[in-house]
Design a protein around this ligand. Structure first.
Ligand SMILES: Cc1cc2nc3c(=O)[nH]c(=O)nc-3n(C[C@H](O)[C@H](O)[C@H](O)COP(=O)(O)OP(=O)(O)OC[C@H]3O[C@@H](n4cnc5c(N)ncnc54)[C@H](O)[C@@H]3O)c2cc1C
Length: 286
């Protein structure tokens, strides 16, 4: 979200940004896992807007999702969460599957074989510290927490609330993915997020073992489970910013490097959008 919101704004102003992403598709943590006919949004679950620009963007490119007990204004991408970034990707030079190797040179940056005057990075903060040692001090205050996620499908739909959140239990989130708009209701797919504390304590578990433990936690929370037809776990090492940078982005002394992402402002998709656009605006105003 941060990278594409930035690139879109630069391209709309007549520049020719090149976007490198190590993944096979766009979206980052706005992610959906497929397993045969099954679909799970295993990263961001919903988005909200506080600012007018992002609200307008969601009105055009997202669908409302209003489970019982949720405050008004929740939106999702359809048919998958990364549909939220796809409109911004149209027409951009995007190079997927590119885990970048970076090198400074006299008048800018070398990324693989290409040279650029300016580099904008929106990788998670822990990776930014590794890629850009010169920024370590500026980014030192930022803290992030992991999230272990369970993706589970049942043979028969359990009679549970469509969405439940908890601030103090081991499970922070239990939601019926199939209840979101545009997903298709069969088979019955659920996404469960462990709390930051549980995820931190169990971060190094093998995924299979974590999957079993998460199913046990679900059983404890909900009682006997219907027949489980699919279960898998995903480990998000850098899921949620717990201590943000406190400003839209950071930059190197010579101004050739800008680093941003949701971790600048807090763990929300809108913050990634804001950070990306702020970096584009800063470059355009130079
Ligand atoms: C489990 C979970 C649940 C969440 N729930 C919500 C929610 O309900 N609502 C909400 O608003 N937010 C939620 N969030 C947070 C939200 O997903 C993020 O705030 C937002 O998606 C971050 O966007 P970003 O562009 O800053 O970073 P990312 O989406 O992480 O994008 C970073 C990109 O950098 C790429 N990359 C990394 N390293 C390299 C490299 N070396 N070379 C090239 N590319 C690289 C990655 O592939 C990725 O595409 C959740 C996050 C998680 C993990």
């Amino acid at each position: 979200m941060a990278g594409l919101s930035c690139a879109r704004m630069l391209a709309d102003a007549g520049h020719a940004p090149v976007v490198f992403d190590k993944s096979r598709g766009v979206g980052g943590r706005l992610a959906t896992r497929r397993a045969g006919a099954l679909r799970f949004d295993h990263g961001a679950q919903f988005v909200t807007a506080r600012g007018a620009d992002f609200r307008a963007y969601l009105a055009e490119h997202a669908a409302p999702w209003q489970p019982a007990d949720a405050p008004e204004g929740w939106h999702v991408g359809t048919p998958a969460m990364n549909a939220l970034v796809k409109p911004m990707a149209a027409g951009l030079d995007i190079r997927l599957g590119s885990e970048v190797a970076l090198e400074r040179h006299a008048s800018g940056w070398r990324v693989g074989k290409d040279r650029f005057e300016r580099l904008i990075s929106t990788v998670p903060v822990v990776q930014a510290r590794v890629l850009f040692p010169e920024m370590i001090e500026a980014l030192a205050s930022v803290e992030v927490a992991p999230c272990y996620t369970l993706m589970v499908a049942f043979g028969t739909a359990p009679n549970w609330p469509e969405m439940a959140r908890s601030r103090d239990g081991d499970l922070a989130w239990i939601a019926r993915n199939s209840a979101k708009p545009g997903r298709g209701t069969e088979p019955d797919c659920w996404v469960v997020h462990a709390s930051p504390d549980w995820s931190t304590a169990h971060l190094e578990l093998e995924k299979k073992e974590a999957c079993q433990r998460l199913l046990d936690l679900l059983r404890t929370a909900r009682g006997p489970l219907p027949e489980v037809t699919h279960a898998a776990a995903h480990r998000w090492r850098y899921a949620m910013t717990t201590v943000p940078l406190g400003r839209d982005f950071a930059q190197s002394e010579d101004g050739s490097l800008l680093v941003g992402g949701d971790w600048c402002l807090g763990a929300r998709v809108e913050n990634a959008w804001t950070s990306g656009r702020a970096m584009a605006a800063a470059l355009l105003s130079r």
